[in-house]
Design a protein around this ligand. Structure first.
Ligand code: KG4
Ligand code: ZN
Length: 354
């Protein structure tokens, strides 16, 4: 089954074709970063208008790369939420119209389920059960995945998401939007006062929030205040800024690793899957890989390009549900949407790499 996937929930337009027999056939992405940069964040109305401009040309480009005509598609998947309502409506309207014109089924995909399943696009990817750490700009969640579509929330952030904390801290330190990758790049140049297990430790040691009590929830909003206070009390040099970035990144990635270890112990599961934009953070990947190696657990990440928003994860999640006989009969987008409310998927097509 060949499924076209459309992602337009925020500031990236993503399109892909996933074939349940042959794997990922093609994918294309257009990032709106340059459009929003001068505002220091995403402007929803500008995002929607840009999706309108870019979506159909990207569909044509992706189909050409896959060597397919529109008529060879067997289904269309689009992000139906959570996300910015105007941006979601562009993908949903385009997806539904295409499916209607091609007389094929369509399905609205949960954006976070797309992220959660994105590591399954890689070769030798794990099958459930596993624990998933979802770390994006809007979410920080630990989810027990008993099967595709059967998700139990183990813990989540009580305030800022990890990506949001990166972005806000970066902005505070005067870094350009989008701040997360900028802050991570700066942290690479931070001075180490110590090396622990091959990892640099900064002059600045910030709290590992909520790791001193049981539970799997997170709280990242206090960290940016700690960084701000340290910055204000410092010499405000560029070198200090780099050290602060390293100290902040240490605190976030350590905290995430501590809670992942706890979640695996609590559930008795032996596999961790990481997804979402912050999953592109190299320090986080290293921390989690080290933790898993110590415990002889498995850890699986999407390729870097599929950590942040993309069409491939939507095509894959949609193909999984369409192949199991699910489809949507009504036009609906949901800016807020609880993943636990999703229907289970009885049969899973074997994931193939592209
Ligand atoms: O998954 P995503 O593309 O969009 C959402 O669904 O939110 O995640 C974007 C988030 C942003 O907050 C961005 O700053 C963060 O992921 N991010 C990173 C890195 N790359 C992206 N944060 C830390 N280190 C990175 N290398
Ligand atoms: Zn996302």
């Amino acid at each position: 089954m060949r499924v076209l996937g459309l992602e337009s929930s925020c500031d990236e337009t993503g399109v892909a074709v996933y074939d349940t027999e042959r794997g990922l056939l093609a994918h294309a992405l257009y990032s709106q970063v340059a459009l929003h940069a001068e505002y220091g964040g995403v402007v929803p109305e500008l995002a929607s208008r840009d999706h309108v401009r870019k979506l159909l040309p990207l569909v044509r480009q992706t189909l050409a790369e896959a060597g397919l005509s529109q008529q060879q598609l067997d289904g269309v998947a689009y992000t139906a939420g959570p996300g910015l309502i105007g941006a979601l409506l562009v993908g949903a309207a385009t997806g539904r119209a295409l499916a209607w014109a091609l007389d094929c089924p369509s399905i609205g995909v949960h954006h976070m389920e797309g992220h959660l399943l994105s590591p399954l696009l890689e070769p030798n990817s794990p099958l459930p059960p596993f624990v998933c750490l979802l770390v994006s700009g809007g979410h920080t969640q630990l989810v027990a995945v008993e099967a595709i579509g059967r998700y139990t929330l183990l813990g989540e952030t009580l305030d800022d998401a990890a990506g949001e904390a990166f972005d806000k801290t970066a902005k505070m330190l005067g870094l350009p939007y989008p701040g997360g990758p900028e802050l991570a790049a700066l942290a690479l140049e931070g001075r180490a006062v110590a090396e622990a297990e091959g990892r640099k430790e900064s002059h600045f040691r910030f709290a590992r929030p909520m790791t001193d009590r049981p539970g799997l929830d997170f709280s990242f909003s206090g960290l940016k205040t700690q960084v701000l206070l340290a910055w204000q009390a410092s010499d405000r040099s560029e070198a200090t800024k780099r050290d602060l970035a390293l100290g902040f990144e240490d605190a976030v990635t350590d905290t995430l690793a501590i809670k992942c270890e706890r979640a695996l112990k609590q559930t008795g599961m032996r596999t961790l899957v990481v997804a979402g934009g912050v999953g592109a953070n190299k320090q986080l990947r290293k921390n989690l890989a080290d933790m898993a190696a110590r415990r002889r657990w498995q850890v699986s990440f999407p390729r870097m390009a599929f950590c942040t928003d993309n069409g491939a994860m939507i095509a894959f999640a949609g193909a999984t549900r369409l192949a199991a006989g699910q489809n949507d009969f009504e036009f609906r987008v949901q800016p807020r949407w609880d993943m636990a409310s999703l229907a289970p998927v009885a049969a899973l097509p074997p994931p193939k790499s592209g």
